[in-house]
Design a protein around this ligand. Structure first.
Ligand code: GDP
Length: 202
């Protein structure tokens, strides 16, 4: 499972605008600042590919990146921006949920959770919504290189991961697959690519 080519294809403002070639896709989503751009760049081994989706105006779009000419990585708007106006937030939520429920070629949502801090309610809400709506999900824990600090409540990433998994258990019939990652050490990078290739070949 290697990435030999990664190309930005387009930014879409509605699920209807997304590419229609039916290639399998994986969507990355998470709270703003969770490390989504860093992970995307680490997966494709490019320093600045995800910058495209950080341009003003593009952060609220669905951004498609075509990998090896055969599948898509999809960068979705981050959630939980403290500064976004309430109305704008509702719009993004509706539009992302619509994408999750209507996109037939969506193989799995990769929900990013920051393992360096205790779980946030908004992450729990997001995971439980996906579970209740039976949207296939993979949990990707980010920043696993960050060791405990007093301000993190002194917990290790492994403890935060276990805690989050216990919290979401009731919303899923089977525990979702999960991967621990770090964009600093590239931990989990190969595991993500292998997992995606296994899911594509089902
Ligand atoms: P995004 O808003 O979700 O796209 O998050 P970014 O990728 O921009 O990262 C947010 C912040 O977290 C930046 O300061 C990154 O340097 C930092 N960060 C991202 N990934 C990691 C990681 O794996 N380990 C550590 N220690 N810091 C990270």
């Amino acid at each position: 499972a290697q990435v030999v080519a990664a190309d930005f294809v387009k930014s879409s403002v509605r699920p209807d605008d997304c590419p229609r070639d039916g290639l399998p896709e994986f969507a990355l989503v998470g709270r703003s600042n969770v490390g989504k751009s860093s992970l995307l760049n680490s997966i494709v081994r490019r320093k600045r590919l995800a910058l495209t989706s950080k341009k003003p105006g593009k952060t609220q779009c669905i951004n498609h990146f075509k990998i090896n000419d055969s599948w898509y990585l999809v960068d979705l708007p981050g959630y939980g921006y403290a500064s976004a106006p309430q109305e704008a937030r509702k719009d993004w939520d509706a539009f992302t949920r619509n994408y999750f429920l209507s996109r037939d070629n969506l193989v799995s949502v990769f929900l990013l959770i920051d393992a360096s801090i205790p779980a946030k309610k908004i992450d729990l809400d997001y995971a439980s919504w996906l579970g209740q709506n039976k949207v296939p999900m993979t949990l990707v824990f980010t920043k696993c290189d960050k060791r405990k600090k007093k301000k993190n409540g002194g917990r290790r990433p492994e403890e935060n991961v276990e805690y989050f998994q216990n919290l979401i258990r009731e919303y899923f019939e089977a525990a979702p697959p999960w991967i621990m990652t770090s964009s600093v050490t590239n931990q989990g990078r190969d595991e993500i690519l292998l997992h995606m290739s296994q899911l594509r070949n089902y």
